[in-house]
Design a binder for this molecule. Structure first.
Ligand code: HEC
Ligand code: HEC
Ligand code: HEC
Ligand code: HEC
Ligand code: HEC
Ligand code: HEC
Length: 498
């Protein structure tokens, strides 16, 4: 290098700074090329996104850091050697060389700030995208990503529920994200991923962005056909109106299921287990401040007084019922009944419910293996083949791919849904008729508290419609009436007895 170049580069004339400059420049040019490619090809793979928005900025920043570090070191070295005096350089804009350098420096800084701005914004948007959250770490997120795609929330981004708006939670999420990246890199994460998620943001800051709890009101109708695991797949249909209700008196009486969320009341509870399935203690605080405590009368589940502490208490929110709003893994019974009801599986195929459930429940190590073996097993059960048999087999394989993730040990058993009470305790965690307050009142297990059955009976089409509600008839021949006392999920597991 000539003396002139050496003078121009000044303190940057050292190996560390030169390496830094080359690194930053390469990163910069590479970044621009990648950005251009990304805009031209929106369907680029997730890996190109990682390079553009996460690797390139790190390279540029590291390059600049090296440049500055080299500069400072060189400066100190020269000062210590007494080569130059301690004073700031004077910029003289009348000096042509100074002027050109000055304009050049300003332009570079300006360009750098703008491009960094665009880059950081794109990086921010990228790490908020469903592609990033759902597919970067393919295996661990596959169950949730697949389930979201099939849920009513398929157009809602992961971050809208998992992070929500605001800088504070953004930073929290990125910090815990680092830990997760580490866990995936060293292959050290839970299978299935543990729930409940303890640092999940309160519903009032996520769900409320789109749903306004006070504004739900009225009844919601559900009709379900259940197919028995017998030769003719005997159907039985129940219709009921769910008393969803609401909490805003300007839209109707504050009542019903969403009354829990009403602004009027605060419900808190203590759970005995990690999954919040056993709830021995509940406190209701009315708007006027009066308090009502319900305790279970079940001796095995009761809570010792010393365990009733503020830290153990959780305030009930949307997630205590809607814990699977986006990631529902259906049980074999639910998934098969739905497909049969819709004709995707022909209910006239003998024993199809039983055989399909058995195939779904097989022990497989990967999803791919499961799908292949389900096909093989069902083909063996129905050697006669036929279009309806092929369609049914395809549908069963599809059910498997949407709801069973052996690599992550994720399926309906790993994640109980708290919305009903049929195959997990759900509402009956509190509404089991065994939680009493001091006055001896219980939290209601009366079927009509939550829904009115409008029709029920064999077949797929309800025959009569009774607006005021029918008494439930349990569709079992030798029924001894134990459903009136026992929990439904004590007998119903989500799959037919094998
Ligand atoms: C409508 C809101 C919503 C959306 C959208 C959503 N999630 Fe979730 N997710 C939840 C809730 C609520 C839980 C908590 C379950 C619990 O704590 O019991 C959860 C749990 C999880 C879990 C823990 C394991 C499990 O199955 O419970 C993972 C992993 C996850 N979500 C990933 C994702 C990914 C990836 C996306 C986007 C593809 C996403 N979520 C989109 C609401 C959502
Ligand atoms: C970004 C907006 C958004 C957010 C955030 C959001 N939802 Fe939704 N939610 C929707 C949309 C859109 C639908 C579909 C409405 C429809 O078409 O019926 C929906 C539907 C639902 C339904 C009805 C689903 C069904 O099976 O019929 C429930 C329950 C629900 N959301 C609960 C939640 C909960 C709980 C949260 C917080 C964890 C949440 N949502 C967060 C937008 C959102
Ligand atoms: C006590 C349990 C419970 C709580 C708490 C609760 N919900 Fe619901 N919600 C239900 C039930 C039950 C339904 C009926 C639909 C079903 O069974 O899936 C429902 C229905 C809904 C629907 C669909 C309404 C319709 O007419 O289709 C939305 C949206 C919803 N809830 C959102 C929320 C949000 C947001 C919160 C929190 C503010 C919340 N819920 C709190 C039990 C609850
Ligand atoms: C954590 C305990 C808990 C869980 C879980 C729970 N509830 Fe409740 N629920 C209560 C309590 C406590 C009351 C009584 C409130 C009072 O004293 O006024 C109540 C009252 C109700 C009421 C009567 C409201 C009215 O009109 O007076 C309905 C309806 C209801 N719950 C539906 C449900 C449904 C549906 C589910 C499941 C999706 C559910 N609850 C889950 C604790 C719970
Ligand atoms: C605390 C509220 C509550 C009480 C009390 C209650 N249910 Fe339900 N029940 C629900 C909810 C909520 C659902 C809908 C769950 C869903 O959306 O999948 C449901 C669903 C059902 C279903 C359909 C099951 C399924 O998942 O396909 C039947 C059958 C049923 N209830 C019967 C009863 C009977 C019988 C009683 C009285 C012993 C009763 N329920 C008491 C809240 C309640
Ligand atoms: C003592 C055990 C037991 C209890 C408790 C029980 N059931 Fe059942 N239930 C059965 C049996 C056995 C069948 C027949 C079909 C089968 O083998 O799954 C059945 C069938 C049903 C069916 C028809 C769908 C099907 O899978 O065949 C529904 C719906 C049902 N029960 C709802 C309920 C509800 C709701 C409760 C709680 C209020 C309840 N059951 C409590 C044992 C029970």
């Amino acid at each position: 290098m000539t003396d002139k170049q050496r003078r121009t580069l000044g303190y940057l004339y050292n190996w560390t700074s030169l390496a830094g400059i080359i690194m930053a420049a390469l990163g910069f040019v590479g970044g621009i090329v990648m950005l251009a490619m990304d805009y031209l090809n929106p369907n680029a793979t997730v890996y190109s996104g990682i390079i553009t928005y996460l690797v390139v900025p790190v390279v540029i920043v590291a390059g600049l850091a090296l440049t500055v570090a080299g500069n400072l070191r060189e400066r100190r070295r020269q000062h210590q050697a007494g080569a130059i005096p301690h004073r700031m350089p004077i910029i003289d804009l009348n000096n042509r060389q100074h002027y050109v350098s000055f304009v050049f420096a300003i332009t570079v800084v300006f360009l750098f700030i703008i491009l960094t701005g665009i880059g950081s914004f794109s990086a921010y948007k990228y790490t908020e995208s469903v592609t990033f959250c759902g597919t970067t770490c393919h295996t661990p997120m596959q169950p949730e990503n697949t389930a979201v795609a099939h849920s009513p929330h398929s157009h809602v981004r992961c971050v809208d529920c998992h992070i929500g708006p605001g800088a504070e939670w953004f930073v929290k999420a990125k910090l815990s994200g680092m830990h997760q990246v580490y866990a995936v890199t060293v292959n050290n994460f839970h299978r299935p991923i543990q729930t409940p998620i303890h640092n999940l943001r309160p519903a009032s800051e996520t769900c409320y962005e789109c749903h306004w709890p006070a504004k739900f009101f009225g009844m919601l109708e559900q009709t379900r056909t259940y197919y028995a695991a017998d030769k003719t797949n005997t159907p039985y249909t129940i219709s009921y109106l769910l008393n969803v209700g609401g909490g805003d008196t300007t839209h109707g009486p504050a009542r019903g299921i969403h009354y829990h969320m009403a602004v009027e009341k605060k419900i808190e509870y203590i759970a005995k287990d990690e999954k919040r399935q056993t709830i021995p203690w509940i406190r209701v605080t009315e708007k006027d401040g009066s308090v009502n405590v319900y305790k279970t009368t079940d001796k095995k589940e009761a809570l010792a007084e010393t365990n009733i502490t503020a830290t153990a208490t959780r305030r009930m929110d949307c997630m205590d019922c809607h814990n699977r709003p986006a990631h529902q893994f259906q049980s074999p019974n639910r998934a098969l009944d739905l497909s049969m009801m819709q004709g995707k599986i022909d209910p006239s195929i003998e024993f199809i419910k039983k055989n399909a459930a058995k195939a779904l429940l097989g022990k497989y190590t990967t999803q791919e293996q499961g799908i292949a073996e389900i096909g093989a097993q069902l083909h063996k059960s129905y050697p006669q083949g036929g279009a309806n048999v092929e369609a049914a087999i395809n549908e069963v394989q599809d059910i498997y791919s949407r709801n069973f993730f052996p690599e992550m040990k994720a399926d309906w058993r790993a994640y109980p849904d708290d919305i009903g009470h049929w195959i997990s305790a759900g509402c009956f965690r509190c509404h089991d008729g065994k939680h009493k307050n001091e006055k001896g009142e219980v939290i209601s297990r009366e079927c009509k508290t939550c829904h009115v059955i409008t029709s029920q009976g064999p077949g797929t089409k309800p025959t009569t419609y009774v607006r005021d509600g029918l008494d439930f008839k349990h569709p079992v021949e030798d029924d001894d009436g134990s459903w009136k006392e026992d929990s439904c999920n004590g007998c119903h597991s989500g799959a037919p007895d094998q």
